[in-house]
Design a protein around this ligand. Structure first.
Ligand SMILES: [Zn+2]
Length: 245
């Protein structure tokens, strides 16, 4: 199935947190989207791979993506080796996306840094005709990086005001990862996401980036290269007059 966008994450839940609002918005604009996690998240402090798989599927339904898939790279040991790059190349060639979303290359979790590199390199390599996977070669037009733990100065901010509520709903599907005093079966280990104020933190960050561009909620993206604009007059419309609601 052809997709306009594939968002890659190291683990189920990375995409929802980093760029879930943009994915929901793109679906509403009529684009076809997919989410691919490189691992099944089996090393998560809370829950299990089976629980994560169910939560991933539930979140995908909320996001409205056409495809959601978890690859079998070992959680906690994602490495930018050839085997893993080929796994991502196969996904890119199978869906031929125009744009690929990847995690920012500076991260706290080593899997996120490795995932960033794997996805970026695979997006390029996928266009090499002589690299044979039995599929048609395809190079996405652009790889865009979304933010996880560490900040960057964004190339642009996507307005997600219309999709922010649904984004939080998608994140809440990862029930086992959240603070729930009555659900000790998921473990009692504290993680960043299990803190009681996690959703508030996400909301604060999305509001912060929204403020940068004069909208209620925003998600930042970074391109490695300068973005080309062929019509630097027509590109800018009245939405650029920052009127923060
Ligand atoms: Zn992650």
């Amino acid at each position: 199935m052809k997709l306009d966008v594939i968002a890659f994450g190291a683990h189920p839940d990375d995409v929802e947190i980093g760029c879930g609002g943009t994915i929901i918005k793109l679906e509403a604009l009529g684009y076809t989207t997919g989410v691919v996690a490189l691992t099944r998240g089996e090393m998560g402090t809370r829950g299990s791979a089976e629980i994560r798989a169910r939560e991933f599927a539930a979140a995908a339904r909320v996001l409205g993506v056409s495809v959601h898939k978890a690859l079998d790279m070992p959680d906690g040991r994602v490495e930018p080796n050839w085997e893993n790059k080929v796994k991502v190349i196969r996904e890119i060639r199978a869906h031929q996306p125009r744009v690929v979303f990847a995690p920012y290359w500076v991260a706290r979790h080593p899997d996120h840094e490795a995932a960033s590199r794997i996805v970026r390199e695979a997006s390029y390599l996928s266009g090499l005709k002589k690299l044979d996977t039995g599929q048609e070669a395809h190079r996405p037009f652009k790889v865009l990086f979304y933010q996880s733990r560490f900040e960057f100065s964004p190339s642009f901010v996507a307005d997600i005001s219309s999709s922010h509520k649904k984004k939080l709903e998608a994140i809440r599907c990862y029930e086992s990862q959240f603070f729930s005093p009555n659900k000790v079966e998921h473990g009692t280990g504290e993680t960043l996401i299990s803190r009681p104020d996690f959703i508030e933190r996400i909301e604060t960050r999305d509001r912060q980036y929204g403020t940068y561009v004069g909208v209620k909620f925003g998600e930042p993206f970074l391109a490695r290269e300068a973005l080309r604009i062929d019509d630097p007059v027509g590109f800018f419309g009245p939405e650029c007059l920052e009127t923060i609601p």
